[in-house]
Design a protein around this ligand. Structure first.
Ligand code: DGL
Length: 251
């Protein structure tokens, strides 16, 4: 089944998820759509995020994709249940902060969950917190998506912003940090520098494995070799060029 697999994100963050999926399933043909013009989604209202997600995922569906990955924690929290109810025929994979493995990696210290405001305040995260919320510090990653979207993931500005956000916790024992937004894996190195002893969890591999499982289950895997990636963006050529650069940066 050599049809496309659609990936959706508010911008370039979902490239981190796509990279993991591509490594796991190199024969697949991927179509990535980033709504860069409207990023960040985090500070928007629930209604706006739902409408933008419907429009973005609609672009993938128009191309007859065989599966959809909502490569965005924020859009997943706001919209996954709605699209799943509408398209029961289609495998739809969402994201959630990798709090469960981080919780089990604790050894007496605390877990920081870094995510957007929307992700942290919606029901999906509340459910996760009710199960694994002991010793968790939720932190809104204000300004981080903008830095990655601006091509500044590896910049002095990013270092300064992260230090400002995370400084209040630097005198504590932080065992794990959950990168609960798909833009944040691009900030992995400066985050790790601030907390050299913490284990970082991004959920990328788990999401790619879930996609593979659903495709296998329905006998939808591609037998083409090699696979391919097509990029689309509401933000034009510049955004697509950034997507390609970020993809290469993970190789
Ligand atoms: N990549 C999105 C996420 O995983 C970023 C959200 C945003 O655009 O604010 O949450």
């Amino acid at each position: 089944m050599n049809d496309l697999i659609g990936f959706f994100d508010s911008g370039v963050g979902g490239i981190s998820v796509l990279h993991a999926a591509r490594r796991l399933m190199p024969n697949e043909h991927f179509l990535f759509y980033g709504d860069n013009k409207n990023a960040p989604y985090g500070p928007r209202s629930l209604e706006e995020i739902r409408a933008l997600s419907a429009a973005g995922i609609g672009k993938l569906l128009e191309r007859g994709v065989k599966a959809v990955v909502i490569a965005c924690n924020t859009a997943t929290s706001a919209y996954a249940e709605i699209i799943r109810a509408e398209r029961r025929d289609l495998p739809i994979v969402g994201m959630e902060p990798a709090l469960k493995p981080a919780h089990f990696a604790r050894h007496g210290g605390q877990v920081i969950v870094l995510a957007t405001d929307t992700t942290l305040r919606l029901e999906k995260f509340e459910r996760l917190m009710s199960l694994y919320g002991r010793d968790v510090i939720p932190v809104v990653g204000e300004g981080l998506v903008e830095l990655v979207e601006g091509g500044k993931a590896a910049s002095p500005e990013a270092e300064v912003r992260l230090a400002a956000l995370l400084m209040p916790y630097m005198d504590r024992q932080i065992d794990a940090i959950v990168l609960g937004c798909t833009h944040y894996p691009f900030l992995r190195a400066p985050i790790q520098r601030l907390f050299p002893d913490a284990q970082l969890f991004d959920g990328l591999e788990g999401t790619a494995q879930r996609l593979k499982y659903l495709l296998d289950e329905r006998d939808l895997r591609s037998d083409d070799s090699p696979g391919s990636v097509e990029y689309m963006s509401s933000g034009g050529d510049e955004a697509v060029a950034l997507m390609k650069r970020l993809m290469e940066s993970l190789d």
